[in-house]
Design a protein around this ligand. Sequence first.
Ligand code: URA
Length: 208
Amino acid sequence: MARPAPASAAVATAATLAAAAESLDALKAALAGYDGCALAKTATNLVFGDGSASARVVLIGEAPGAEEDRQGVPFVGVSGKLLDQMLASIALDRAQVFISNTVFWRPPGNRSPTSQEVAACMPFVIRMIELIRPAMLVALGGPAATALLGRSESVSRLRGRWFTFEGARIDPIPATALFHPAYLLRSPGQKRQAWRDLLAIKKRLSDA
Ligand code: URA
């Protein structure tokens, strides 16, 4: 049996494959043939992303759950329903945004993805953002904010602030963090802040 490739080799392979993709379809096909992330072995489906290839907003969550794994579509379970409502509150729907995750396969038992698993997927996430060239990037929850913004603070410290996402092949993009919808379901008292953050996103989009 082949030994798993060292993490750095997987990341280098991911970077080469992702850089060669010139469309989202090509990127998805490259991911489907990529064996550098161990999560692919236990998942049922690749959960690539959902939405428009010309979206003005890209939202990145943490990892697919059971329903996402079944359908191969991100945010289709209970937290996805809340995410749809959050988008609707600022007159957006899935056809106008693009939604994905820091990893493209469900971690077994819904555990958090490891830093190696995230690193093995990140070149594809970054290339996805480069191909879409959105006006804005939104990290859903702390792990996505850490992976995309390189910030180690908790999401409660990052939300409501603006950062810059730097991709190698695009101009810098304004980026922010929102409470993850799954967290809001557990802590409904935080919804007021999340709705305030959504209004700031709406305003920034209308100014852009
Ligand atoms: N939570 C996430 O972070 N991503 C999904 O796709 C679903 C739930």
